[in-house]
Ligand binder design. Structure first.
Ligand code: G3H
Length: 192
């Protein structure tokens, strides 16, 4: 059967500060997760040849560094582009752009940041990557919260309106194993 592993990047310096977007490096704790993830994947052994996909962002590449497997940088995996709100905390966003903040709250799925993207935009740009994933066997996807909500939602048939609220915790591997046309989900929290 096909096995797909999904994980967010380890905690980044921006996660620590509560800032969204950007291209920060991993925090010390995030670096520990990168190590724990590599130990886990490397221990799967040669029966489970894997390919690792990362986004173009530092934090996903750093998270994948010690995994011994071929790697691909996939632009479609980049995090939701928050446009004019990149680098802000949610508090700052509410202060500086109260109208935007309210609109997003009313329709998080369709809300598009000025000069940025919506969840629907991410779904659209992910299509080719999702098709490729369906045809592949053992892939480790190191991604970002919003993008992983869309990818997991796709495989698990989640209702579109629920996508933006799915829980995808840090430092946890989401393992999908196919059986027939469905997928079984396992959450593997790595202690860091
Ligand atoms: O901006 C990136 C965040 O990971 C997405 O979180 O859609 O819940 O604001 P949010």
């Amino acid at each position: 059967p096909q096995t797909l592993y999904f994980t967010r990047h380890g905690e980044s310096e921006y996660n620590v500060l509560g800032r969204i977007g950007g291209d920060a490096s991993l925090s010390p704790r995030g670096a520990l997760y990168a190590q724990a993830l590599a130990n886990y994947i490397n221990a799967l052994g040669c029966r489970d040849h894997v390919t690792v996909w990362t986004s173009e962002r530092r934090r996903t590449k750093q998270t994948a560094t010690d995994i011994r497997a071929p790697k691909r940088v996939v632009r479609a995996l980049n995090e939701l582009d928050a446009g004019i709100c990149e680098g802000l905390t949610y508090e700052e966003m509410q202060e500086r752009f109260p109208q935007e903040f309210a609109w997003r709250d009313q329709d998080k799925l369709r809300y598009r940041y000025p000069w940025g993207e919506s969840y629907i935009d991410i779904m659209t740009r992910l299509r080719p990557a999702l098709s490729a994933l369906e045809d592949d066997h053992n892939v480790v996807v190191v991604g970002h919260q919003a993008v992983l909500r869309c990818m997991l939602g796709y495989f698990l048939d989640t209702k579109l309106d629920e996508l933006p609220y799915m829980t995808v915790p840090l430092h946890t591997i989401v393992k999908l194993t196919s059986y027939g046309y469905k997928y079984r989900v396992e959450m593997i929290k790595l202690p860091v």
